[in-house]
Structures are given as structure tokens and as C-alpha cells.
Design a protein around this ligand. Structure first.
Ligand SMILES: [Ca+2]
Ligand SMILES: [Ca+2]
Length: 176
């Protein structure tokens, strides 16, 4: 009788350990926890990187500094937004972060006025993509909520059709 009980306990313990290990690894890979750094690339599924506007004007290029080897770009407009894209924050908690955009070292990222907006309208952050290759920190100490995003539009103020706006990865850098 004692032996049977012991076997059952061992089996129960094994099952509990399996569930614990499985659930821990499952949640670790699927949830961006508090203050965890999160990178969203243009090659991520549309759930995290969303492209809007006329699909004909979206192009793909390659560059040595690009995350996953490639990036997305579109031609600029002077005053009317034609194309735009969102990088969605993947965390489930409100965080204060620094925001860094990876700027492709390529012809598709040569506008001098790429303006990044954080979750809706407000003051944008202008980045000279022509002068930069690699990650650039364009905003610090920004509060970002679950469902929040960074948006970049093709309206640059430059003469229409003279420059390109590059879209690669967005780094939500936890700074707690
Ligand atoms: Ca990329
Ligand atoms: Ca465009």
C-alpha cells in the first residue's frame, strides 16, 4: 500500500514539474514583461508592423545594417500623407522607454526629415535619415501603453518625390 502511494506521489510530482516548466517557458517567450527591451522589425507580422496607404508605393530594399537583412521604404510627399506605418509596442504593461529607430544605410532612407510620432498626434521627432546609418535614439522617457505604437509617415515637407523614407526596426528600450 505504501509503495503504491509513493508511486502516485512521484507521478503527481512529475506532472506538476512538467506543467511548471512548460508554463514558465511558454510565458517567458510570449510575454514582453515589464521593462523588457522589445524590438519590432518591418519583417514582423502585420500585427506588430503595419503598413498603410497605397500598397503600390511600398518597396523593399536590402542593407548591411538592416535588421533581418531588409527594410521597407516609400517615396516622400510634401504636405499630404500618402503612406504611413506603425510599429506596435508588444508589452502588456505601461512602460517608460527610450525609442530608437534603426536607420537603413541605403538610398531608400535619404530624407532629411523623417518625423516619428508616438501613439497618435502630437509633437513629432524629426530624424535626418540621410545623415544616419544604424540605431538612433530619437526620444527618451516616453510613456507607452499596451496597444501603443510609433508611427512614421511619408510627409517630409521636401519637394514631392525627391527623397525616400526608410522603415526598419523600432527598439523600445526599457529604462527602469
Ligand atoms: Ca528589417
Ligand atoms: Ca509614399
Amino acid at each position: 500500500m505504501f509503495k503504491i502511494v509513493k508511486k502516485e506521489n512521484t507521478l503527481l510530482l512529475a506532472v506538476i514539474m512538467f506543467i511548471t516548466i512548460f508554463s514558465t517557458s511558454f510565458f517567458n517567450t510570449s510575454v514582453a514583461s515589464a521593462a523588457q527591451d522589445t524590438i519590432v522589425d518591418d519583417q514582423n507580422a502585420s500585427y506588430y508592423f503595419f503598413k498603410g496607404g497605397d500598397a503600390r508605393y511600398w518597396k523593399t530594399g536590402t542593407c548591411s545594417l538592416c535588421v533581418n537583412g531588409s527594410y521597407t521604404y516609400t517615396g516622400n510627399t510634401t504636405s499630404t500623407v500618402g503612406n504611413y506605418a506603425y510599429w506596435y509596442y508588444r508589452g502588456f504593461t505601461t512602460e517608460v522607454v527610450d525609442l530608437l529607430a534603426n536607420i537603413p544605410n541605403a538610398i531608400g532612407a535619404n530624407t532629411t526629415n523623417a518625423t516619428y510620432f508616438v501613439t497618435g498626434y502630437g509633437t513629432g521627432y524629426s530624424v535626418n535619415q540621410k545623415a544616419i546609418g544604424g540605431y538612433t535614439r530619437f526620444a527618451t522617457n516616453r510613456t507607452i501603453n499596451p496597444g501603443g505604437y510609433v508611427e512614421l509617415r511619408d510627409r517630409t515637407g521636401e519637394p514631392s518625390g525627391t527623397t525616400n523614407i526608410g522603415f526598419d526596426s523600432m527598439f523600445f528600450n526599457g529604462i527602469k
